[in-house]
Every structure is written in C-alpha cells, then in structure tokens.
Design a binder for this molecule. Structure first.
Ligand SMILES: Cc1ncc(COP(=O)(O)O)c(C=O)c1O
Length: 397
C-alpha cells in the first residue's frame, strides 16, 4: 500500500495552488535543492574533475535508467538517460529504420507530438533514401500496419486528448508484418502502468520532466529491447557511446548494449535533481499510482460534467482507454485556462480548443480534485474567463 499522503508531503507546492499540469512539468521534490546543493558544493566544488569517478557521475545515466526501467516494465540494464526526448526519438527511429532496410514507410498518427513527426521528417531528408512518413488518424493505426511499414512510431498517450493506444496489440501486429516499433512514453512514464518488455516493444523513449518530476530540462531516456541491444547501430555515434571512450580511438566502435545510446557528456546536475524525484517513486508502484489516478480522473470528469455543460469531454470516457490526463474542448479554452490559473488551478491549453488537466497521485488527492472542480464550475458558469486580460496569448501556452 502506498502512503500517498506521505508522498504528497515530499513535494513543494505554492500556497493556494492546485497543480493539474504535472503532465507538462512535475513540481519540485523538497529534497531536490539540498541534493543539487550537495552535487554542486560537495561533488563539483570539492571533487572537481575527480567527481566523474568518485561521485559516480559517469555511471549515473545507467543507474538512474534502471530506476526508470522499473516504472515502465523494462529489463534492468536496458534504459539509459541523456539528451532530450526529441534526440532520443531520432536515435531510436534511425536505428529502427536500419533494421528494416528494404522498406520505406514510417507509420505514425495525428495524435503524435509534433516534435516526433518533425524529427522523422528531418531524418528522412538526411537519409535521402526516399522514406515516407505516413500519418493516419489514431483509430486507423492498426489497419495501416501493413507489410510496407518499416517502423511504427507512436506516442502511447495522446498529448491532447489522453487517448491511450494498446501497446501490446499494436506491437504484436507490427511484428506480424515484420515492422519495428518505437514507442514514445512521454505521457506514459509515471502516468500509467506500462510493460515495455511484456508488450515486446523494440525501442521506447520518454522524458523525465513530466510525471517523473525531474525538473525543467531533465534528461530523456531510451530503452532498447535486449534482443536488439548489441545489434542496433547508434546513429548519433558520440564518444560516450563508444566501446572505450577513454581510449580516444580515431574511429567509432559501438559500446555494449544500451551504453551505445549515450551520446556526449551527461547532465550531472540535472540528474541530481532527478534522483530526488526517483527517491519518491521508490515509495510506490505504477499499479498503485494507476489505480489512484483512475479514481481521480473519474471524480474530476464526474464533477466537471455535472457543473459545466458547455465543456465537451475530449478524453476517452473509459478510464482503461486514457492516460492520466483529462481534456475538455471549449472554444475559448485559452482564456478559460488563464482565468483558472489566476484562481490557483493550473492546467494548460493546447491549440485549437483543448483545456488539459493532468492527474498525479503522488501529490494530488481527492480533496484537491473536488476543490479544482468547484473553481472550474465557478469560472465557467459565471463566464469569468471573458475578460481581456485572459485573452492575450503568452509564448508558452
Ligand atoms: C510525446 C512527446 N514527444 C516529444 C516531446 C519533445 O520532448 P523534448 O522537448 O524533451 O525534446 C514531447 C514534449 O512535450 C512530448 O510530449
């Protein structure tokens, strides 16, 4: 049994805020500043360059990778941290495409995050081999998995609607036709109970700044299935993925297993903050988090729909079909979200009309959900969003 009151007490939350945006950026673990301070003063400050060995900086990407592996159902020793998620998408896709050299189609869906599609477009141009990025509607992915497809590249949870793909089913179908899968777990890791190993995923990537609470700019992770780990060729052949980085050889030789997906110097300070977040994750299991997240999203939908007929549910109604977020469509959604933020309920807006709310049991409880729903009801019923100050768009929405 997870003590969610105990995990909640380990996060800093400003007074008067109900934070429903952990699906974009998780809050600060209270232990992180001291951990960062120690990484700076005791490690960087005192150990200087010897910190790479004495403080274990060089081993951190794989060590923290193992702690994330537990949360996504990956085998120990097959997840490594580094770079940003966009980079990890590129790496995974490039390696995957090479494994199916006689095919040219990358299949994705319109629910994918744009950066994944942009990275695929860039890679296609760089390769210059005539690959095609085929983007279909989310519900049409399965029927489009044909023997033309080289790689199925899918984000499991739709960033707008929260719609959850069936990873095991789509992976099975992809393998039946000889395709390789790349799963983006940005809205999955720390949000739903996923089993990349059981599903047979070939590659999986994700970020650590959303549900995992690693902080802004925290490093991404990549998983390569054990059966591919020593065969996948890393497209970004940086020195820290080399078999012997400190031999400083003139030519690249890929390192063993997942180590080859490392590129360059790891973000040591960012990983110190992430470590504090993972200490909290060690207090629970994804099954416990998922069960409670379902309770919270069900309660939220129930309360908001009862009070706000002008909001249209954009997320699947069946909790088994959605991640850990709830979205509503509303034409003036941007202004509505700004009015909510002004009243302490932080969600976010995704164009053209999505009001998005993330649910994170580590620091949100039923009382928070009831309180947030009451504020949303007031803002919507009294049209409090209909004021000029809520209608000017900021750079980040
Ligand atoms: C599904 C998904 N993929 C990729 C990205 C891009 O990640 P990054 O900015 O870390 O490269 C995001 C960012 O939110 C995302 O949600």
């Amino acid at each position: 049994m997870t003590d969610f009151a105990a995990t909640k007490a380990l996060f800093q939350m400003p007074d008067g805020v109900i934070y429903l945006d952990g699906n974009s950026l998780g809050p600060l673990p209270k232990a992180a500043p001291a951990r960062m301070d120690a990484a700076m003063r005791d490690e960087w400050g005192e150990l200087l360059i010897t910190g790479w060995n004495k403080a274990g900086w060089m081993a951190q990407p794989a060590k923290l990778g193992d702690r994330i592996a537990r949360l996504i159902g990956a085998e120990t020793g097959h997840v490594v941290l580094g770079d940003t998620l966009s980079i990890k998408v590129y790496q995974a896709l490039a390696s995957a495409l090479e494994m199916v050299p006689d095919r040219r189609v990358i299949l994705s869906d319109s629910g994918n995050f744009p950066s994944d599609l942009y990275m695929a477009e860039g890679l296609i141009k760089t390769l210059g081999k005539g690959h095609e990025l085929r983007v279909v509607a989310p519900e049409e992915v399965e029927v489009n998995i044909t023997d033309e497809v080289a790689v199925l590249m899918i984000t499991e949870v739709d960033y707008r609607t929260g719609r959850l793909h069936d990873m095991a089913r789509l992976t099975r179908k992809a393998h039946e036709v000889g395709a390789i899968t790349v799963w983006d777990l940005a809205h999955t890791a720390g949000a739903t109970a996923v089993d990349v190993s059981g599903a047979g995923a070939d590659f999986a990537v994700g970020c650590t700044y959303k549900y995992l609470n690693g902080g802004p700019g925290a490093p991404a992770f990549i998983y390569v299935a054990p059966r591919h780990a020593d065969a996948a060729r890393p497209a970004l052949s940086g020195w820290l993925g080399h078999e012997a980085p400190f031999a400083f050889e003139a030519s690249y030789r890929a390192g063993p297993g997942i180590e080859r997906m490392r590129v360059g110097t790891p973000p040591v300070l960012a990983m110190a903050a992430l470590e504090s977040a993972l200490d909290i994750w060690d207090m629970t299991t994804m099954d416990a988090v998922r069960a409670r997240s379902t309770q919270l999203t069900e309660l939220f939908i129930d309360r908001v729909e009862a009070a706000c007929p002008m909001l249209e549910l954009a997320s699947p109604r069946d909790p088994a079909m959605r991640g850990s977020q709830v979205s509503f469509r509303f034409a003036d959604g941007y202004a509505a979200i700004q009015a909510l933020i002004a009243r302490g309920v932080i969600g976010d807006f995704r164009a053209p009309d999505i009001m998005r709310f993330g649910f994170t049991p580590l620091y949100l409880d039923h009382a928070d959900v009831e309180a947030a729903a009451a504020i949303i009801a007031e803002v919507m019923q009294k049209r409090l969003w209909d004021a000029p100050e809520y209608k000017t768009r900021a750079r980040v929405t």
